[in-house]
Design a protein. Structure first.
Length: 425
């Protein structure tokens, strides 16, 4: 049985916490897309961790953590992170890396930086982790799969060939130092040594696991609105953030994904550029940012302050629909306890007309939020375990959101810890 944990919005919804929590019951956790560009923050008995590449299941002894073929694998970053958690007392996790996962090359990171520099003020706000150049190369068929590391002659020939085209761009477009194929080969040999003990046929492993009745979690990165097809293109990421892509990025039959748990935050935050209709500014935003998440809304990878906004029913309804949501996990609700009144965006006004359907980018840029204001509950809801024990206005907020997004909120997260969860089924 496979469950997917994915985001409804712009990312940072608290997927790491929900995955970590669900991993208690799981056998296998798989990352199926994205790379080290975003991160999950997880708080558990070992401490507080920011994971970028490792799946959120690495804190349990009973789970196997898998890097699927859809991931942009930065091998040195992966092993640095692995070492860091082990150094902090977490038992060495069981890891498997797909032999079909592709490798983030050192030059992908350089090209990401150079392109952002070249675009100047028109940049995408990339985290400069090499993700866009990586996926461009993957689909241009000049990427490197992990298995290619083990065929040295053909690897050398391909590195040579790829460097020739990259060097034309470096010389004439970016005016930067050229790549040296011998140096890249040396680097790749180091990568080979690092990954060798962990490489395997992931889709076969998962096929067998499904037949044995194992519980598998697919862990998504970012959220629906960053999907390259269905998100706010071009201010999106370069790999699909949707649960459906889990079938491809992990190599499992789509019909085996039985539950799609879409994580939705009780207010909005976004990083990078792009339209953000319910965005707020000034002191109002600063206060929510300071109080948000667990220690403030700042990027787990970059430390950048996140853009803040009120809950957006239009974006979340769409985000949940595109994921194929079976359950909504509504997170970080505790943070809103300080507000007297809580505005919620229930519609977009575009050219004088109000809609509740999420539009394409050009129209989105013209959209103005239609806000409804709900009364706050003015209390700390951390520690509450039963839905009925939440303050009435808090329940009203949850039910208001549920009605507007049209998907069942079956879990409410009221704190960063594993046990800060209220089930509601
Ligand atoms: P992810 O990328 O979707 O996993 O999101 P983040 O790593 O940005 O998680 C959001 C932040 O919120 C992290 O610092 C979590 O520890 C924290 N967090 C998750 N759920 C809750 C919650 O219910 N309440 C509070 N206060 N913090 C939470």
């Amino acid at each position: 049985m496979i469950k997917a944990v994915v985001g409804a919005n712009w990312g940072d919804e608290g997927k790491g916490k929900i995955t970590d929590m669900l991993a208690q019951e799981a056998d296998i956790i798989v990352r199926f897309q994205g790379g080290a560009n975003a991160g999950h923050t997880i708080v558990n008995d070992y401490g507080k961790f920011a994971l970028h590449t490792l799946p959120s299941g690495v804190f349990y002894n009973h789970t196997t953590s898998i890097i699927g073929n859809g991931v942009a694998l930065n091998i040195p970053v992966f092993f640095k992170e692995y070492q860091e958690i082990v150094d902090r007392g977490v038992p060495a996790p069981k890891i498997m890396i797909s032999d079909r996962a592709q490798i983030v090359m050192p030059y992908h990171i350089l090209f990401d930086q150079y392109e952002e520099e070249r675009l100047g003020g028109k940049s995408f706000g990339s985290t400069k982790s090499g993700i866009a150049p990586f996926y461009s190369d993957k689909y241009a068929k000049i990427g490197f799969q992990v298995n290619e590391l083990f065929h040295e002659d053909s690897l050398r020939e391909k590195v040579q060939r790829v460097c020739e085209t990259k060097n034309v761009l470096l010389e004439h477009l970016y005016h930067k130092p050229l790549l040296n194929p011998d140096e890249i080969m040396e680097e790749l040999k180091k990568y080979r040594e690092m990954v060798a003990p962990y490489v395997g046929d992931v889709s076969l492993y998962l096929w067998d696991a499904i037949k044995e009745g194992k519980e598998i979690l697919l862990e998504g990165q970012l959220g629906s609105l960053k999907d390259p097809d269905h998100g706010i293109y071009p201010m999106v990421t370069s790999s699909s953030t949707l649960a459906a892509y889990g079938a491809i990025g992990a190599g499992v039959p789509p019909y085996e994904i039985k539950e799609i748990i879409t994580v939705c935050k009780a207010y909005s935050s976004a990083v990078g550029a792009g339209a953000f209709v319910s965005e707020i500014f000034g002191e109002e935003a600063d206060e929510l940012r300071r109080r948000g998440g667990d220690g403030g809304e700042y990027g787990a990878t970059t430390g950048r302050p996140r853009r803040m906004g009120w809950f957006d029913c239009v974006a979340s309804k769409y985000g949940c629909r595109m994921q194929g949501t079976t359950d909504v996990a509504f997170t970080v609700l505790d943070v809103l306890g300080y507000l007297d009144e809580i505005p919620v965006c229930t519609g977009y006004e575009i050219d004088g007309k109000v809609t509740t359907d999420f539009p394409t980018t050009g129209l989105l840029e013209k959209a103005k939020p239609v806000l409804e204001v709900l009364p706050g509950w003015k209390s700390d809801i951390r520690g509450i375990k039963k839905y009925e024990d939440l303050p009435e206005n808090c329940r009203k907020y949850v039910e208001f959101v549920e009605e507007h997004i049209g998907f069942p909120i079956t879990m409410i997260s009221n704190g960063p810890g594993r046990n800060d969860i209220i089930y509601r089924k």
